[in-house]
Ligand binder design. Structure first.
Ligand SMILES: [Zn+2]
Length: 97
């Protein structure tokens, strides 16, 4: 089993193994990076914000699939989607003032 020690936490797949031992069927959400993360839109309130990180250009493209609000942000190599989202929210509320 490769999954046993990822950082300090017990991973989802380990939990599945434990559950199977008790013959319980429990659906456990597994977080994978490939699934696009959706964030709440500050403009329309829907969870329809998608963030694309462009690591080559140190840019993040933020776009709402519902109302179409979008922004480009400059990021660093360490910026994650959630960080870019935070920046976007900051920018958004700055513009509101
Ligand atoms: Zn929106």
């Amino acid at each position: 089993m490769r999954c046993h020690r990822v950082g300090q936490k017990r991973t989802a797949c380990c939990t599945v193994v434990i559950q199977m031992g008790r013959r319980r069927r429990k659906v456990i959400k597994r977080v994978t990076k490939r699934i696009p993360t959706l964030f709440t839109c500050p403009s329309c309130g829907n969870k329809s914000i998608k963030i694309n990180l462009d690591r080559d250009h140190n840019e993040a493209t933020v776009r709402c699939g519902n109302c179409g609000i979008n922004a480009k942000l400059s990021t660093s190599r360490l910026t994650e989607q959630v960080d870019a989202y935070g920046l976007f929210i900051d920018e958004y509320y700055k513009k509101q003032k």
